[in-house]
Design a protein around this ligand. Structure first.
Ligand code: GDP
Ligand code: MG
Length: 370
């Protein structure tokens, strides 16, 4: 299970729950029978009863550990993953659309743009940048709340004919809380009323001092309408990314994060997945949150079929048996049976605790001391 209450712990240790609660009170912890116990509390209480605890990490955490496991020589540079945030109407969607549509190479022509929540573009300098096209920062926050760390760089958009607004501040706070570097895009610079200095001043008041004014934040005047400054903005993103030394091993089973997923009438469950390390291939067995399946087909944001997808590549994936949640981790498993079992265990846990928050550490086993 992914959740242990005082009651569960008592039955695992074969003692009465009243004894567990009594011990808790002696230790200064006041718990009710069905209250969730955290890892520390479980360890302390079990110790009082002469048990030691083995915490078996969940698949998600194993996946994260795998991320760190790669040998240095196996790591290669990967594209930065960027989220655009800012106040409503300051131009997030327009910027994303402009970047997506302007960076179509001739070989890509013909495909019809689909909204899949993420896309990858080639810049004029021939490098790649991946954009998460999530609606506002709700998705960013939701993913972060689920422990998903997908964004490498945040672009904060501020309309130069407007001001720093509540959602601008909120977006800055979110990015800072996540420890993600910020680049400022001063948008709508084509407008006669644009006054970027006023916005720089307001940002300075929030301790966001741009480089031009001696600060550490890169900023760029842009227009999502005319395209002015957008290439420079992308180059600044790449500069920021260079400092981060983003790397991944493409020669391993894929691990990544679910960006969005839904049931499509004609095609079944369609999930947008961001591969973060490794290479995802058609035919792979994928475990994503409480769902699993064999990858039937993958397409990019232009609906073109892909056989495989490497690090920092978003794909639209067909073949899962349900819709995982945004922010769920996915990984490739060797055995379909194992994937099915883990997925069904997770679904059951979710059903039982649909109202409770997810627990990070999985208690799979309590081993009796001696
Ligand atoms: P969002 O709410 O942040 O996604 O903002 P939108 O992209 O929907 O833009 C809001 C409005 O501003 C739309 O009417 C856009 O056409 C307009 N807009 C966005 N960027 C620019 C720009 O650079 N110049 C001008 N003139 N209008 C823009
Ligand atoms: Mg929008």
């Amino acid at each position: 299970t992914e959740f242990v209450s005082a009651n569960d712990l008592a039955s695992l240790m074969n003692v009465s729950v009243n004894d567990v609660i009594k011990v808790c009170m002696q230790l200064g912890m006041f718990v009710s029978i069905n209250q969730r116990l955290d890892a520390e509390a479980i360890t302390i209480i079990a110790d009082e009863f002469g048990y030691s605890i083995d915490f078996i990490t969940s698949e998600d955490e194993q996946a994260l550990e795998q991320l760190e496991e790669d040998a240095v020589e196996d790591l290669e540079e990967r594209a930065p993953i960027v989220t655009i945030m800012g106040h409503v109407d300051h131009g997030k969607t327009s910027l994303l659309d402009y970047i997506r549509d302007a960076n179509v190479t001739s070989g890509e022509a013909g495909g019809i743009t689909q909204h899949i929540g993420a896309y990858k573009v080639k810049t004029e300098s021939g490098r790649t940048v991946t954009f998460l096209d999530t609606p506002g920062h709700e998705a960013f926050t939701a993913m972060r709340a689920r422990g998903a760390k997908v964004t490498d760089v945040v672009i904060i958009v501020v309309a130069a004919d407007d001001s720093v607004m509540p959602q601008t501040k909120e977006a800055i706070n979110h990015a800072q809380a996540a420890g993600v570097p910020i680049i400022i895009a001063l948008n709508k610079i084509d407008k006669p009323a644009a006054n970027p200095d006023k916005v720089r001043e307001e940002l300075a008041q929030l301790n966001i001092l741009v480089e031009e004014w001696g600060g550490k934040y890169q900023s760029q005047e842009v227009s999502a309408k005319t395209g002015q400054g957008i290439n420079d903005l992308l180059e600044k993103v790449l500069l920021e990314a260079e400092l981060l030394e983003l790397k991944a091993n493409k020669n391993r089973n894929a691990v990544g994060t679910v960006i969005e997923a839904a049931l499509d009438k004609g095609r079944g469950y369609v999930a947008t997945m961001l591969v973060q390390t490794g290479t995802l291939k058609v035919g792979d067995i994928v475990l994503a949150g409480s769902h699993y399946g064999r990858v039937k087909a993958m397409t990019d944001h232009r609906g073109r079929k892909m056989k495989e997808a490497g690090p920092s590549t978003p794909v639209q994936l067909l073949g899962l048996d349900g819709a995982p949640q945004a922010g769920d981790k996915f990984l490739v498993m060797e055995s379909e049976r194992e994937a099915r079992e883990i997925a069904s265990n997770r679904s059951q846990v979710q059903r039982e605790q649909s109202l409770r928050t997810r627990k990070h550490i999985t208690l799979d086993e309590i081993g009796r001391r001696l």
